[in-house]
Design a binder for this molecule. Structure first.
Ligand SMILES: Cc1cc2nc3c(=O)[nH]c(=O)nc-3n(C[C@H](O)[C@H](O)[C@H](O)COP(=O)(O)OP(=O)(O)OC[C@H]3O[C@@H](n4cnc5c(N)ncnc54)[C@H](O)[C@@H]3O)c2cc1C
Length: 445
């Protein structure tokens, strides 16, 4: 344990806590990047600068965990753990996602079928609350806060330190891409893998009716002779390889970031599917942070003139979680009513039903469906996002709150545990210095 790292960490937290305690009235977090997909309302809130809290404090290979500051990106955490032959049990696939943001915003990736969601792999948290106190919580210490923090979106306080579980990894993975035409057969195969895991990572893609690809990744210590690992960090696109290859090899680093180079497939929204654009952007700029910046700029500047001549569209950017038994039904309804393609398919289990703001059944695996695109619309704005919420409710699922929500307050609190939340809000932020969860999730507070 390096005492100097811990005392430096404490000094950074004390500075942030003092800034919070010394300020008055409403506050909000200032961060250099964000993966929120709902515009933030302009407000009179004091901005709390948390950028300094981006350090990996300590990696403990024996205990199998890392202590990391809340604003540390997964890209930096992975760079720190891989030299130990370790990686976080769940690594959300966009490089700018931070550890605190993924805990509070519900994170997922292709090891979810073994370990659950990001918050299921957290062992302990420090939360800075509205009066400047820093509360340590874990399953055995302040469990209501520990189990109430995921899906709170900074409305209860800020994670300044997170103790995340690590898993041993190999230098490479072997990928097997299996095509399916029948969704029932696909979800049956996924259900079998969740029940008796044989691979190390599992996810899939729905390309359209009758076209699914399921990818199983296995750790391998070395590559077969005359084999080079695949490279999707520049001219080639990972998502396209799923339809042209039945197996592949990647370094573990490139596997963890396989979706970041093209923001899954959303880089097409900035023309990055065209080779000249890829040549121009180059390896360094082909990533989700670049695309976010371009997307945000396009919302502000004259590009919007184009939007006035294009057919009207509605932005539908969502991740929803559906019990596996209802997955095929949900997808059929989704295809008929929304029709966005491709759709990311990521199975996960829910080992613990005590997370009060994101309570899931523990008796079934879930399928996370991720879809991020514009839908042509002649309906009132919000129509398609509301239809997604209806379909999620119809199929007994849950929707993550990082993007647009149209719930009225009563319906919202049938999805999330109001009484548990109210008790925590009273404990952590009795004067409402942080926006409330409903205000944040639905009214962009
Ligand atoms: C296209 C797209 C695809 C996505 N796919 C996935 C996916 O596959 N897997 C996945 O895991 N996630 C996915 N996400 C969701 C993403 O993980 C969540 O939005 C997550 O909350 C973002 O983390 P961030 O660090 O960028 O936080 P931000 O976007 O900056 O913040 C998210 C919210 O959390 C709060 N917050 C941030 N840091 C802290 C902290 N330390 N303590 C308390 N509150 C905090 C902020 O106030 C804000 O309300 C996706 C998002 C997008 C846009």
């Amino acid at each position: 344990m390096s005492e100097s790292e811990w005392s430096a960490h404490r000094a950074r937290v004390d500075a942030m806590a003092a800034a919070l305690a010394d300020s008055e009235g409403p506050v909000r977090l200032r961060k250099s990047t964000s993966n929120l997909f709902r515009p933030r309302a302009d407000s009179e809130r004091t901005e709390l600068d948390a950028a300094a809290l981006n350090h990996v404090i300590e990696i403990d290979p024996e205990a199998g965990h890392a202590d990391v500051e809340g604003m540390t990106t997964y890209a930096d955490l992975v760079d720190a753990t891989l030299p130990h032959g370790l990686a976080p049990a769940i690594v959300p696939e966009l490089k700018s996602i931070t550890v605190g943001g993924a805990v509070t915003g519900v994170g997922i990736e292709s090891s979810g079928f073994r370990y659950g969601l990001v918050h299921d792999t957290v062992r302990e948290l420090d939360v800075l609350v509205a009066d400047g106190r820093v509360l340590t919580c874990s399953p055995g210490r302040r469990p209501e806060l520990f189990y109430g923090f995921p899906n709170s979106y900074g409305s209860l306080g800020y994670a300044t330190r997170v103790r995340v579980g690590l898993i041993p990894v190999s230098p490479y993975v072997r990928l097997t891409h299996t095509g399916y035409s029948d969704p029932e057969a696909l979800f049956a195969a996924i259900g079998e893998e969740c029940a008796n895991p044989t691979c190390d990572y599992l996810d899939g893609v729905y390309f359209g009716p009758g076209e699914f690809v399921l990818t199983c990744a296995h750790f391998v210590e070395s590559l077969p002779e005359d084999t080079r690992p695949g490279d999707y960090t520049w001219m080639r696109q990972y998502w396209q390889s799923l339809r042209t290859k039945d197996h592949d090899y990647l370094t573990i680093h490139d596997y963890l970031w396989r979706w970041d180079t093209d923001w899954f497939w959303c880089s097409k929204n900035v023309g990055a599917q065209f080779k000249p654009v890829r040549l121009l952007l180059g390896r360094k700029r082909l990533n989700s942070v670049t695309y976010q910046k371009i997307m945000r700029a396009s919302r502000r500047w004259p590009l919007s003139l184009v939007q006035h001549i294009r057919p009207r569209t509605e932005s539908v950017i969502q991740d929803v979680d559906i019990p596996i038994a209802n997955a095929a039904g949900f997808l059929a309804d989704f295809e008929a009513e929304i029709g966005i393609r491709p759709v990311w398919i990521c199975p996960f289990v829910a080992p613990d039903d005590r997370f009060s703001l994101f309570r899931l059944r523990t008796d079934t695996p879930y399928i996370n469906f991720g879809f991020w695109d514009m839908v042509r619309s002649s309906e009132p704005d919000g129509h398609y996002n509301a239809r997604v919420e209806d379909l999620v409710a119809k199929h007994g699922g849950k929707k993550s709150l990082y993007s647009r929500s149209t719930y009225d307050e009563t319906t919202f609190w049938t999805e999330y545990d109001r009484s548990a939340y109210k008790a925590l809000k009273h404990e952590c932020d009795p004067d409402g210095r942080f926006p409330g969860l409903y205000a944040k999730a639905v009214h962009q507070g």
